[in-house]
Design a protein around this ligand. Structure first.
Ligand code: NAD
Length: 519
């Protein structure tokens, strides 16, 4: 009997003891930086002479750790080892698999500040955002463990047949290639890994190149619980080399990927090809990008809408797939809402998040991202009216700092209003009516999250039906879905809508077997 599931509470950093504990965790993980980490395949550690550094984006000179540049040959070896481990892991009793996952949750809870502190350093998260990421990671572990107990035997849903005993069991698929992004380096990675493992699959895990450090630490959590060798393998290296080889491998049974649209599409195509020796059609679980709209009509509360827009656009520097990067405001309150949004955003603090909980926005993740966002800020000056920010912040540390940036009066079909920038850039679009605003909201190729601020009941009911996004919010920000409460995933080019943190998610990692025995 397990205690009831609940979301993991966040840390209150206004309490001096919490702030002190977090500073101690930052000191601890910083003191452990500079190490070289191996690949881990079948429990064996392989250190390679060819390495890459994971850096602190607030201080690019600070190398946090070094990681092996794995190759396609390592991917081949890892998939083979994972296949060998699958032969026994698939028959491990469900309650035993569940216990590994719950023990990992307990271990992460005990060391939660350490995990969060690593994200402050490696991913440039504010304390609050890092803490939220860790809470979500713990939620995924607790939630999927319970879902597996509920799902694995579905025989009670069958109708009886006289003279036969019938069963419906969900059994695992095989080896999963788990490929994660850097923006939720703890929660998303652990969500995909734990779902795969608890369902009885074995995993080859490749973290994003920007966040392999936290990726290693979260694998350690499972290894430290005594999970058998080969069940969870850790592979680092360039996505287009190692990740691609994992996807193409005939021994890979499924791919669980979260990342950009372009890479997701590429994986979808590659996974569809049947390679020599392959005995199944691969399953692809792909969660991708967004250009998430926040619609405000003339009946909405101005303050409420402005606060929601700012929080959705700028927390974690706008680097969330759920970020509300487009605000669509009807004419009547366009100026009032825009002015208030600019006013609130202009007061947000930007800096090195390791300095303290008062830093609201840290750096963007790396040089490539910094360049891309700068490029879009240039595009923005041609396509809209620059209302705030627009230029990077120069600091002695050379960190990748970009201030909250807002463009107003952009056309609904402009690039800054339709393409995912993945940085602290908000585009505001004017609309003549709430109906037109909803049409604009639905007009991009994405369909991940969306928010509608309105006090008109009929419009809200209409938007429930026609606002075409996987996660729809009324009168609140469009980020911050809770595991088990708001299952998360998007439509169209935002992915396969597998709804992480929802009651159906684990079914993606399993296949159903019907068994009938004549009595
Ligand atoms: P990315 O697509 O660049 O990389 C994601 C992962 O794919 C990394 O591990 C990378 O190494 C790997 N990869 C790269 N090329 C590959 C290839 N050819 N074959 C196999 N793997 C390859 O994305 P990112 O920059 O790490 O993350 C940001 C993106 O993720 C944004 O677009 C964001 O919207 C999206 N995202 C979506 C969700 C969601 O739930 N829908 C959640 C978080 C992030």
């Amino acid at each position: 009997m397990l205690p009831a599931y609940h979301n993991e509470p966040f840390t209150d950093f206004s309490k001096p003891e919490n702030e002190a504990a977090f500073r101690a965790a930052l000191d601890k993980v910083r003191s452990e930086s500079g190490q070289v980490y191996p690949l881990v395949i079948g429990g064996e550690q392989t250190t390679l002479p060819d390495t890459f550094a994971s850096i602190n984006p607030a201080r690019p000179d600070e190398a946090l750790a070094y990681f092996a540049n794995g190759t396609a040959a390592h991917a081949d070896q890892a998939v083979k080892v994972a296949n060998a481990a699958f032969q026994s892991w698939q028959f491990t009793p469900v309650d035993e698999r569940v216990r590994y996952v719950l023990r990992a949750a307990a271990a992460m809870r005990r060391r939660r500040h350490e995990f969060s502190a690593m994200m402050v350093l490696e991913a440039g998260k504010s304390w609050y955002e890092a803490d939220l990421d860790t809470s979500e990671a713990i939620d995924f572990l607790e939630y999927y463990a319970r879902q597996m107990l509920r799902l694995h035997d579905a025989s009670h849903l069958l109708y009886p047949y006289t003279g036969e005993q019938v069963s419906l069991l969900y059994i695992p698929l095989g080896v999963g290639a788990v490929i994660s992004p850097w923006n939720f380096p703890n929660a998303i990675a652990i969500g995909m890994i734990s779902a795969a493992l608890v369902a009885g699959n074995t995993v080859v895990f490749k973290p994003a190149e920007q966040t392999p450090w936290i990726g290693y630490k979260l694998c350690e959590l499972f290894w430290q619980q005594g999970i058998p060798d080969g069940v969870l393998n850790y592979l680092t290296g360039p996505g287009e080399v190692v990740g691609a080889a994992m996807v193409d491998h005939p021994g890979t049974r499924f791919i669980a990927f979260t990342g950009s649209k372009d890479v997701g599409i590429q994986i979808y195509e590659h996974a569809a090809k049947v390679h020599k020796g392959q005995r199944w059609l691969k399953r692809s679980i792909l969660e991708m990008g967004g250009k998430d709209p926040v619609v405000v009509d003339e009946t909405a509360g101005i303050e409420e809408a402005a606060q929601g827009i700012v929080a959705g656009a700028f927390t974690y520097q706008g680097q969330k797939c759920s970020a509300g990067s487009r605000a669509i405001l009807v004419n009547d309150l366009y100026d009032n809402v825009t002015n208030r949004v600019v006013e609130i955003a202009s007061k947000l603090t930007v800096g090195d998040p390791s300095e303290g909980p008062q830093v609201y926005m840290g750096p963007v993740i790396d040089q490539d991202s910094f360049n891309k966002i700068n490029y879009y800020m240039e595009v923005g000056t041609q396509e809209g009216k620059l209302l705030l920010g627009g230029h990077p912040i120069e600091t002695p540390s050379g960190g990748y700092f970009i201030p909250p940036t807002i463009f107003g009066d952009a056309a609904a079909n402009s690039r800054i209003a339709t393409e995912e920038i993945f940085g602290p850039v908000l585009t505001i679009v004017r609309s003549n009516s709430w109906e037109q605003a909803l049409d604009i909201a639905n007009s991009t190729e994405y369909g991940l999250t969306g928010a509608f601020f309105s006090n008109d009941r009929a419009r809200i009911e209409q938007a429930r039906k026609t606002f075409h996004v996987g996660n729809l919010y009324f009168n609140r920000k469009c980020t911050g879905a809770f595991v088990g409460v708001q299952p998360f995933g998007g439509f169209n080019m935002s992915g396969t809508d597998t709804k992480a943190g929802g009651p159906d998610y684990l079914l993606q990692f399993m296949q159903a077997k019907t068994i009938s025995e004549r009595l």
